[in-house]
Write a new protein. Structure first.
Length: 407
């Protein structure tokens, strides 16, 4: 806290709210914070034009969320929120254990906070939680929250959003012509089976082109994740419900032309149990609005007849609900992988019982992949990075290498 104050920021705590007021007419901290710049002792109803333009509640625990939804004012934060004008842009960043997040009361509280009060809820995301579990419930990454503030306050010059980043993406013809494959199909399968997925790389010249392109992406969108979400245009069902006009009069980021586009706002809206159709993890019959298949625009250096796809999911693909406890640590470390449509024989671990459990853990993904790329038509190698290597928090994904069989 001392370092924060030394940097020029002001910090208020609960104690300041109950120690500064002694008698009628004394300033009340939670009112003063709401109306910074107004003369002290001005009656609350007459205070005008608060200086603050943005409120962030990060992290917002299940306890604080319940208090906000119920209108309680038992600490400085909840008192400030209750005293603020309803039109004040307010962003809630939930952070809690997965079981707390999946509790039906959390669904109700999120609905009240967003639909009745008019706050914008961002997150949570799926990752390894403080308790050691892996699942939904973690707070949105702090860097993404900072970028939200930067965008809102225009703290850095914005690049033109008209820049056509797609112009830098190579076509399939260019890749086949200018970047000869470094790996054969058999080598790709061997690498997937080995679990050493870092060995699969782009052609060095293509990697250089990608590095230059990605710098431009960061300049325009702030981060690769934001660009990917913006480009993918995730329009998940029930992903974003606008607040009623009476409760949120200022435009959201989707409306005011900031770097946070509509699709990004939708993508980080929390997935409540009802939005998941009762499913807590990826299954073969996952609802279409929760998943999206996209070709990898910057593929690994594989033969041109092999297409590299990425399947993005709002539900975690590796989850204790489908991964047997005996191999959980292994899956967290190495991920999942599998094959279909070919005679390729995975080497396995040497322990048939372990291999059987691994196949069980990957059964939902395998069924999904074979439904989208039928084994009679395609040879497939797929893999799921472990959660620690997922590139966009809150969006799990799996890689699919598909080779069309000859007619």
């Amino acid at each position: 806290m001392d370092e924060i104050q030394a940097a020029g920021s002001r910090v208020w705590t609960d104690s300041g709210d109950w120690t500064t007021w002694k008698k009628v007419g004394d300033p009340i901290l939670h009112i003063e914070v709401c109306y910074l710049g107004a003369l002290p002792c001005i009656p609350f109803k007459k205070a005008v034009a608060p200086m603050g333009r943005l409120v962030l509640v990060a992290p917002c625990s299940a306890n604080t969320l319940a208090k906000i939804a119920s209108g309680l004012c038992d600490n400085l934060a909840t008192s400030i929120l209750r005293a603020l004008a309803p039109s004040t842009p307010t962003f809630i960043f939930p952070a809690m254990n997965t079981h707390m997040y999946e509790h039906p009361l959390t669904t109700r509280h999120l609905n009240i906070v967003s639909d009745v009060i008019g706050y914008t809820v961002i997150g949570p995301i799926g990752k390894a939680l403080a308790c050691g579990d892996i699942g939904m419930g973690a707070m949105t990454e702090w860097s993404d929250i900072v970028q939200l503030v930067v965008s809102r306050w225009s703290l850095v010059p914005k690049q033109s959003t008209r820049t056509d980043l797609s112009a830098g993406i190579p076509s399939l013809e260019e890749i086949a012509r200018d970047y000869p494959p470094m790996f054969t199909w058999d080598q790709v399968k061997d690498q997937v089976d080995s679990g050493d997925l870092a060995a699969l790389k782009r052609h060095p010249a293509l990697q250089q082109r990608y590095d230059k392109w990605i710098q431009q992406v960061k300049m325009i969108h702030g981060s690769v994740g934001k660009f990917e979400i913006y480009t993918f245009n995730y329009n998940f069902s029930n992903a974003y419900i606008p607040a009623s006009p009476g409760s949120h009069t200022e435009p959201t980021y989707a409306d005011n032309g900031s770097a946070l586009g509509q699709s990004e706002t939708a993508s980080v809206r929390p997935l409540t149990p009802s939005a998941n159709n009762g499913k807590r993890w990826f299954t073969a019959d996952i609802a279409e609005p929760l998943v999206k298949i996209l070709p990898n625009d910057w593929p690994y250096s594989v033969p041109p007849e092999i297409r590299h796809y990425v399947v993005w999911s709002r539900l975690p693909i590796t989850h204790p609900g489908i991964v047997p406890a005996q191999i959980w640590d292994r899956i967290v470390q190495d991920g999942l992988w599998g094959f279909s449509g070919s005679t390729y024989k995975p080497k396995g671990s040497g322990d048939e019982s372990t291999d059987q459990l691994v196949r069980q853990a990957g059964a939902e993904v395998r069924t999904y992949v074979e439904d989208k790329w039928p084994a009679v038509e395609y040879e497939i190698a797929w893999f799921v990075n472990p959660p620690r290597l997922q590139s966009i928090p809150g969006l799990a994904h799996l890689h699919v290498f598909a080779r069309k069989k000859s007619d």
